[in-house]
Design a protein around this ligand. Structure first.
Ligand SMILES: [Zn+2]
Length: 338
């Protein structure tokens, strides 16, 4: 086999058969920020044959401190993270396939994204998306690996549907809005990203190569500033769990409200009720009378007063300059329409 993977093939847990499995594997990475960048680079270097990367955002200067796949040039061009990631991954390993998706994961997209994937790996920053991943993965019996990091603290757990507790067994409800620290309020340092991602990626490799016995089997928590490392047994699947016990999969049938406050951004995302396709040159023509407009093939940016609207081809928009959904909705209605 390729010299490229020789050191990994020498490793007992992988070997030639393990490498063949990695090359044949399909992995979905949901969210390509700090954790997602680290997952994608490690999995591409390990030779995972097909990486599907989904992210709703574009690269900004404040990402560069910890989102290791991106460069200053990506931030200047405001490239969508999925596209910038795919470009760099292609340079790192041109032998694998990378499939970028610029979209918001929601009830209508999640099942399509997870289908035909061997493992799903969490790189998101919010519980709403994680519950969607959990519902879709338990419903279709796909293994997935939860991971989160904020400040100097991180947590991860591997979910094998009906074999282990699922995310909903452990966290029945998301923490109430504004009750938990976020990257916005508590910041985040890069070492904790590397640790959480290292454990998540190791678990993905164990699953792909068939080494279930090597999984850590816990809710693993780390704090690199407080120097605390903890493992808690998450227990067995719960019979009264709405996902893996009762098979309700509530998030898959919920139509979202179409607006989300974005972590750390002073920004709101508005999604159109119906997916559509925007013609950027027509829209730019219309908006030029009201402010400054720039666009590339992926997104259009419009500045007016203290607000900045970034519009994607599917009409989804990120509105910066406010953390109030009502204000964002009104700007969206005024400039983009529905
Ligand atoms: Zn459960």
């Amino acid at each position: 086999m390729d010299e490229r993977y020789s050191r990994q093939i020498l490793f007992n847990g992988i070997g030639e058969e393990g490498q063949r499995r990695l090359l044949a594997a399909r992995v979905l990475i949901v969210g390509c920020g700090a954790l997602g960048s680290a997952h994608a680079e490690s999995l591409a270097r390990a030779g995972v044959g097909h990486l599907r990367i989904v992210d709703r955002d574009f690269v900004e200067p404040s990402n560069l401190q910890r989102q290791t796949l991106f460069t200053e040039s990506d931030a200047e061009k405001r490239l969508p993270k999925a596209i910038a990631a795919a470009n760099h991954l292609h340079e790192i390993n041109s032998e694998i396939e990378v499939e970028p998706h610029i979209l918001d994961v929601n009830h209508s997209s999640i099942e399509h994204l997870t289908e035909d994937c061997d493992v799903v790996i969490d790189g998101t920053d919010n519980f709403a998306t994680r519950y969607l991943i959990n519902d879709a993965c338990v419903k279709h019996n796909t293994n997935w690996i939860y991971g989160a990091a904020v400040g100097s603290y991180g947590v991860t757990m591997t979910i094998r549907p009906h074999q282990t507790a699922c995310l909903r067994c452990v966290f029945e409800e998301a923490p109430p809005a504004a009750s938990a620290p976020t990257c916005d309020t508590a910041g985040v340092i890069m070492p904790i990203i590397n640790i959480v991602s290292a454990v998540q990626v190791s678990e993905a490799v164990k699953l792909i190569t068939g080494h279930v016995e090597a999984l850590h089997g816990s809710l693993m928590q780390f704090d690199v500033w407080q120097n605390e490392w903890r493992r808690i047994g998450p227990g067995a699947p719960r019979a009264d769990c709405s996902t893996c016990g009762l098979a309700l999969y509530e998030t898959l049938s919920q139509v979202g409200e179409g607006a989300a406050v974005l972590c750390g951004r002073d920004a709101i995302q508005i999604s159109p009720a119906q997916p559509t396709r925007i013609n950027f040159s027509t829209l730019a023509e219309r908006l030029r009378r009201a402010g400054e407009v720039k666009f590339n093939e992926y997104l259009l940016r419009f500045k007016t007063g203290n607000f900045e609207l970034t519009v994607f081809q599917d009409a989804r928009s990120i509105i910066r300059g406010t953390d109030e959904i009502a204000i964002a909705r009104s700007l969206y209605a005024k400039y983009i329409g529905t």
